[in-house]
Design a binder for this molecule. Structure first.
Ligand code: G3P
Ligand code: CA
Length: 253
């Protein structure tokens, strides 16, 4: 699989810390990313939106309410305004004071440490030139070869590849599609990222026959034993230690 080059340090399957270790710490914060590494994740996944002054910040929703003490659209606030917010207390008062990181900050921290999967979040807000902003940030931080850029918006995935053919890309989806390989081909993507429960052994085989990397994702409902039995290349988890225990044959559940 082409994308195995991204994880050259050891054979897969690889474990991706979903929004860091978001089952244990407030998602998409530095403490969550640190925790994912401590739990031996091979990569971290994060979500990006732009601020009103054109900076990329790491946050899942287009709005501030769920994961910060702010209100309104991320894209209606400046970076300075967003940096004032508390992104930890909603998860647990012990995380009070955690900030919303910038993509630049996370990539600098990740360099020579861990691979980064960047999800470009679009809809219902569609941000012009977000692809250029992500690529420029990868360039500034020297992380172009250590990232996978993904989105549910396959036009966006295609655009990233048009602008930067050497950057690894992947298509996210949450459906049992008729032809997942075609989905990747239409976006010129290197990877398929299906919702785990709709994945079948046939789909994994088709992805591998087509030279595609396949890495399912999901929430706390995931069955890692089942997922890993399908022969996937990677799995994204809020609890990176759980699939690791399965891989090491130590899962007692
Ligand atoms: O890794 C893919 C996954 O992150 C997509 O869903 O909603 O958690 O961003 P979501
Ligand atoms: Ca995501």
């Amino acid at each position: 699989m082409k994308l195995k080059q991204l994880f050259e340090q050891r054979p897969g399957p690889y474990i991706i810390g979903h929004r860091g270790a978001s089952g244990y710490a407030p998602e998409n914060t530095m403490v969550s990313f640190e925790r994912a590494i401590a739990l031996r994740a091979d990569a971290i996944e994060l979500d990006v939106h732009p601020t009103s002054d054109g900076e990329l910040v790491v946050i899942h929703d287009p709005t501030l309410e769920r994961t910060t003490n702010g209100e309104g659209l991320v894209s209606a606030h400046t970076l300075a305004q967003i940096r004032e917010l508390d992104a930890g207390s909603w998860f647990d008062p012990g995380f009070k004071g955690c900030r919303v990181p910038t993509l630049q900050e996370v990539l600098e921290w990740a360099r020579n440490r861990v691979k980064v999967i960047i999800e470009i979040k679009l809809g219902p807000m569609f941000y012009p030139n977000i692809e250029e902003l992500v690529i420029a940030t990868l360039d500034r931080t020297g992380m172009r070869g250590d990232a996978l850029v993904i989105s549910f918006d396959h036009f966006c995935v295609r655009r990233v590849k048009e602008l930067a053919p050497d950057i690894a890309t992947g298509v996210l989806y949450a459906a049992r599609t008729i032809d997942p390989v075609r989905l990747a081909r239409d976006a010129n993507a290197d990877a398929l990222l299906p919702y785990w429960a709709l994945l079948t052994p046939k789909e994994v085989e088709a992805a591998h026959d087509a030279g595609l990397f396949i890495a399912p994702w999901g929430g706390p409902e995931q069955d890692y034993r089942y997922i890993l039995s399908l022969g996937v290349d990677a799995v994204a988890s809020d609890f990176p230690d759980r699939p690791r225990l399965v891989l090491e044959g130590q899962d007692q559940s």
